[in-house]
Each structure stands twice: as C-alpha cells, then as structure tokens.
Ligand binder design. Structure first.
Ligand code: DX5
Ligand code: ZN
Length: 235
C-alpha cells in the first residue's frame, strides 16, 4: 500500500475543528486521527463520542479513533454509531483481546491494536492475523508535541518483520513525534500510516506539510521496494 497520512486533531484548535479538518483534507489527509483520552489510562483528558459525531458530519475521509482509555469495550458501539471507521485499542488494558477485536469488526469497523513504546511486540504474535491495523506508539501516549523515541525505529522494523512473517494483512501505523524530517526513516522501517499532530497543525500551511511528509515517505517506500527487488533477483 502507499503511505497514508493521518493528521491527529489533538494539536488542532478545538474551537475550530471543522476548519482544521477541511484544511487537512484539502492538503491531502487520507484519514483523520482522533485521540480519545480518559485521564486514567493516560494522564490527560481529550475528547469523546459527541465530538466524533460532530466530526463525522464535516469529514469526508474516514475517522481513525485511537482509544487511550482503560475500558474500551464499554464504548465501542457508541463510537461506531458516532461514525468511527477505524478503532484502535491498547493491548495493555485488554485481557481478552480477540473478543474486543471481533466486537469492533462485528460493528463493521476496522480494528487495530495499539502498543505503548515499552510494550513488547510479543503481544502481537497471537493477534496479528486478526487485526486490520497495528498502531506502534513512538511516544508515551497522552500528549501531542512529544519527541519521537528513537529506539522505536527498531521496534517498527521488527513489527514489520513480524507482520510479514505471519502473512498478516494488517497495516502498520506509527503515532507520536512524526515529522517531515523523520517520515522517511519511519517508512523505511516499514510503516504504512503516519499519524502526525503537532508537525501538521503547528505549521503555517497544513497542506504543504502533509505533502512534504507524504513525498518523503513515498520516495523512501519506492527506494526500499526497488532495493528489495534487486536483492530478490540476486538471491
Ligand atoms: C499521543 C497521541 C498522538 C498525538 C500525536 O498520545 O496518540 O496521536 O496526537 O501528536 P504528535 O504528532 O504531536 O506527536
Ligand atoms: Zn493517537
């Protein structure tokens, strides 16, 4: 798949979310990433179901809802009804992960599992074949504008290997500290979807930033695939 850009509205002006989404869409946003925080799983509170419902009315691209909450099972139906197209849940809070993933898919949505930076990839082994996407956090969730944790590049590469080895169809999404400058490295490691908040919404021209990020990612993806094809021919 080609690289998708998912602007995170956490860093947008909450008094003007409709305009922020329209501008991001004009700039080429593929999905809109919506960060839901409960002040319990993460040390911050953001937005919830009514906001998703309002965003659905104005957005033309799918809403990618990232649930950073302790008890996501209780709210899946409400988020689906509000208009989420994709839901990611954190493996750290779910003892019955398949049940949750199946519940999301039964609502007609794409289901993803999210891993905090310190959560080992082993958590993915048993679920990778059943999810639509995997969200690797490259910051500790809770806030926008944090620095990308460099060691997660290796983790992203290992996640890619794991998905390929298990022949999983899941897209690999990376969230936290993603900027134009590191987009190529993140795509080289194997990411398909780049979530980016502050880099886009703190920039003077959202569209230009989205385009630059996509260009950096696509160029790297092309180069990586070409190198892979050469390596395959030589082996
Ligand atoms: C962090 C959120 C991210 C955040 C990314 O808890 O899950 O989606 O908005 O923001 P930046 O791109 O500023 O790190
Ligand atoms: Zn997020």
């Amino acid at each position: 798949m080609s690289v998708l850009i998912a602007p995170s509205i956490l860093s947008a002006d909450f008094a003007a979310l409709g305009e922020a989404i329209a501008a991001a869409e004009r700039g080429g946003a593929d999905v809109i990433h919506v960060d839901v925080m409960d002040g319990h799983f993460v040390p911050n509170i953001s937005i919830g179901i009514p906001v998703v419902r309002s965003l659905r009315r104005v957005a033309h691209v799918p809403l990618d809802v990232h649930l950073m909450i302790t008890d996501p099972d209780r709210y899946l139906e409400a988020f689906a009804e509000a208009g989420a197209a994709m839901i990611s849940v954190h493996v750290e809070v779910l003892p019955h992960l398949h049940r949750t993933v199946q519940a999301i898919q039964a609502l007609g949505l794409k289901a993803g599992v999210a891993l905090n930076p310190a959560t080992p990839l082993a958590a993915l082994e048993q679920i990778a074949g059943d999810v639509d996407h995997v969200l690797v956090m490259s910051v500790n969730p809770g806030f926008g504008g944090q620095h990308f944790i460099a060691s997660t590049l290796g983790k992203i590469a290992s996640a890619r290997e794991l998905l390929d080895r298990l022949r999983s169809r899941a897209a690999l999404e990376v969230d936290g500290g993603v900027k134009v400058d590191n987009a190529a490295d993140i795509v080289r490691a194997g990411a398909d979807i780049l979530v980016s908040g502050s880099a886009i919404f703190s920039s003077p021209d959202y569209g230009a930033t989205i385009k630059a990020m996509r260009q950096a990612g696509q160029a790297m993806q092309k180069a990586t695939r070409a190198a892979g094809a050469v390596a395959a021919r030589r082996s």
